[in-house]
Design a protein around this ligand. Structure first.
Ligand code: HEC
Length: 257
């Protein structure tokens, strides 16, 4: 009986290991098939860039997405924007500086329009990572089979329309024949190319999206600059205190010895 149990245990373990290996393999093949992530740098200390990003966000995103955890007053303070200027240039959905950044659209209506309610973007830069969000915003391409007329390299069949088309223009997919899992050749979108330019040049557009993603990174952790500043002084204090403590120890132990 004891032996039987051990046998069952071992089989169980084997099954588990098999499942784990299968899951790992699936993950690796998925990862290798997905479009590679772009890599970008954002600087949440660069206030001019954050201000430009905030303006883009208010103009192009807040109509559908909210950022419930941020108040306009805090935004104005953190980004060094005087309240009067903030009211005029950033606040299109509310006129009370103490309000949080709520979308005016009813989430239920949004769901009937898009099929999914646009999610709150307060922490999206942390949840998805800045590289992914940048890749998402820059890789919309024309796809007549979708209700919105576009698809996306990072987020297949996303319900979000290409809201930055005026700035970026329109991209067409680059299609190649690639073998799928069963070895059959299928048409796969491997990249995008600009077909109709928008109001901004390609580099200008990338810079604008970097500002926007930088702003989303700030949104997802508004206290980061403060945290880093305080951390710096705390470490300094500890270093000085260590020196003082050491000298004190030295002084006391001189008498003991
Ligand atoms: C017309 C409405 C609309 C506007 C305007 C809009 N979005 Fe979206 N967005 C959506 C919808 C709907 C989704 C959900 C997509 C899905 O799940 O398929 C979405 C999803 C996203 C996601 C993915 C979130 C996640 O983790 O799944 C990000 C990031 C995003 N939007 C950023 C933006 C930014 C930045 C802007 C402004 C430039 C913007 N959106 C403007 C409708 C909109």
């Amino acid at each position: 009986m004891g032996q039987g149990q051990t046998g069952a245990g071992a089989r169980h373990l084997q099954v588990r290991a098999g499942a784990l290996a299968a899951a790992l393999l699936a993950f690796v093949s998925l990862a290798s098939r997905a479009t590679p992530l772009p890599e970008i740098e954002v600087d949440v200390h660069d206030k001019a860039s954050l201000q430009r990003g905030a303006r883009l966000f208010m103009n192009y995103c807040l109509s559908c997405h909210s950022a419930t955890y941020m108040r306009f007053s805090r935004l104005a303070r953190d980004l060094d924007v005087p309240e009067a200027v903030a009211k005029q240039n950033l606040m299109f959905v509310s006129d009370k500086i103490g309000d949080t950044m709520q979308v005016s659209m009813n989430p239920r209506e949004a769901e009937t329009w898009f099929g999914v309610a646009p999610p709150d973007l307060s922490v999206v830069a942390r949840a998805r990572g800045v590289d992914w969000v940048y890749g998402f915003l820059t890789s919309f391409y024309r796809d007549p089979s979708r209700p919105s007329g576009v698809n996306n390299l990072m987020f297949r069949n996303t319900a979000m329309p290409h809201v930055l088309w005026e700035l970026q223009g329109w991209q067409e997919p680059v299609i190649e024949n690639k073998p799928d899992d069963s070895g059959q050749s299928v048409e796969t979108v491997v990249g995008v190319e600009l077909a109709e330019p928008g109001a901004l040049g390609a580099e200008e557009f990338k810079a604008a999206v970097r500002d926007l993603v930088g702003f989303l990174a700030y949104l997802s952790e508004p206290a980061k600059p403060l945290r880093q500043r305080v951390g710096f002084w705390v470490l300094w204090y500890l270093a000085v205190f260590l020196a003082v403590a050491y000298l004190l120890k030295w002084e006391y132990w001189r008498d003991v010895r």
